[in-house]
Design a protein around this ligand. Structure first.
Ligand SMILES: Nc1ncnc2c1ncn2[C@@H]1O[C@H](COP(=O)(O)OP(=O)(O)OP(=O)(O)O)[C@@H](O)[C@H]1O
Ligand SMILES: NC(=O)c1ccc[n+]([C@@H]2O[C@H](COP(=O)(O)O)[C@@H](O)[C@H]2O)c1
Length: 215
């Protein structure tokens, strides 16, 4: 049993070569708007502010360090004297992802084995099912994932959610409504900044290529 004390959303760096990502400042702002009503999830821009894209395990190490640093400390005592400062409790940090990420662990050259191992050994994974992705199959097909499967939590959802960011970007670029698929504040932001229109997507790609960045 775990008590979930917080969630961090970390938008990827602009230098991650994924098609159609808009600038990180927009993605951070949109997540911030989407989280306005959350009292436990926050967006953290650290990953997006690094000079280069960085591997996920390094993002986890950073947030883990920050988490430990932020812990309330209790004084250890020896005959009335404070001798050391030890954390009252040590929370864990886990990577939350969809089942498609487990599949990408199999893509040759995409993830280093030692990074996959560190993620599942030191941190742990919480994996949400997605239609068409066989989480259990990916675990049994990987020696590392199998070894640390006690640290991989498959989240069972009462209703499967098939919303995909690719679908939403495509709908926007075709001028279709995405009302009820995104918070209204995010839709307003997208309109105000002219994001994900066909023209702005092309422009975004050019800018990113010029900078040696794609998304
Ligand atoms: N419908 C969903 N159910 C479960 N996990 C999801 C879902 N959509 C996204 N995720 C997870 O959220 C994280 C961020 O996903 P990403 O931003 O790539 O969204 P996406 O919908 O997968 O995008 P795209 O459609 O462009 O691949 C990933 O770990 C992904 O597995
Ligand atoms: N080697 C790695 O650490 C590695 C490889 C591929 C994707 N990722 C991360 O996975 C996340 C999702 O990426 P995709 O949307 O391309 O599946 C991104 O945050 C990206 O940084 C990490």
């Amino acid at each position: 049993m775990y008590q979930v004390i917080g969630g961090i959303i970390s938008p990827v760096n602009d230098n991650y070569k994924k098609k159609d990502l808009v600038a990180a400042r927009h993605r951070v702002a949109m997540v911030q708007l989407a989280l306005q009503t959350s009292d436990w999830i926050r967006v953290d821009p650290w990953e997006s502010e690094q000079p280069q894209w960085i591997e996920t395990v390094k993002v986890l190490r950073h947030h883990h360090r920050e988490l430990l640093r932020s812990l309330p400390q209790t004084e250890g005592r020896n005959q009335g004297k404070a001798v050391s400062r030890v954390p009252a409790a040590v929370p864990e940090l886990k990577l939350l992802c969809g089942a498609d990420i487990l599949k990408t662990f199999q893509t040759p050259g995409l993830w280093k084995d030692e990074h996959i191992q560190e993620i599942v050994e030191k941190f742990g994974l919480v994996c949400v099912g997605r239609a068409g992705y066989d989480s259990k199959g990916y675990i049994s097909g990987s020696a590392i994932l199998q070894r640390y499967q006690h640290n991989i939590h498959l989240a069972r959802e009462p209703v499967q959610n098939e919303i995909s960011a690719t679908y939403i970007r495509r709908a926007l670029s075709q001028g279709h409504s995405v009302k009820y698929l995104l918070p209204d504040a995010v839709i307003t932001y997208i309109k105000d900044h002219n994001l994900y229109t066909r023209v702005s997507s092309c422009k975004g790609n050019n800018i990113q290529n010029n900078l040696g960045k794609t998304s």
